[in-house]
Ligand binder design. Structure first.
Ligand SMILES: [Zn+2]
Length: 160
């Protein structure tokens, strides 16, 4: 049982008109997009944080500083590939991840198959190990007012 470890990730980004909206490695068509130093892909960021947390290897900001111009506008898929390298270097493999995206609009559900296919390729794990769920917050709070997007992820990793 000592070979199993669990990790958790949480992240928020503001939404503004005229920005690209990247979610889970794919671009959503919407009048608003997420604001951030990188491409602001909230779903990939929580996956990175859950994996790093499970391995007790700090967080995404520790490894890829938002003060570093090198990461300005960077495709978060590159960061996720790096995180996979970091945890595999420590001898870990991913058991499964389970995520929830909190977003009023656009609807995430139609995009889930494409997101799973993308993340499966980037992480080098089976689609069956990747769960993507979406919820609104019933018009409440910053998500409900369409001012932002948040996401949560838990990840199970193990040492072979
Ligand atoms: Zn983020």
């Amino acid at each position: 049982m000592n070979n199993f470890r669990i990790g958790f990730g949480y992240d928020v980004h503001q939404l503004h008109e005229g920005l690209d909206f990247w979610l889970g490695g794919i671009k959503l068509e919407h009048k608003k997009g997420a604001l951030g130093h990188s491409d602001a892909d909230v779903l990939i960021h929580v996956i990175c944080d859950a994996l790093l947390g499970a391995a007790n290897m700090r967080d995404i900001g520790y490894h890829f500083s938002d003060k570093d111009p090198k990461y300005k506008g960077i495709d978060s898929k590159i960061l996720l590939r790096e995180v996979m390298k970091l945890i595999r270097h420590e001898g870990y493999e991913v058991g499964n991840i389970d995520t929830t995206v909190c977003l009023e609009l656009p609807k995430v559900n139609p995009h889930i198959p494409a997101i799973k296919a993308c993340l499966s390729e980037v992480m080098g794990i089976e689609e069956g190990a990747i769960s993507i769920k979406a919820t609104t917050t019933e018009k409440l709070g910053f998500v409900g007012r369409e001012e932002g997007v948040s996401a949560y992820c838990v990840a199970l990793i193990y040492k072979k």
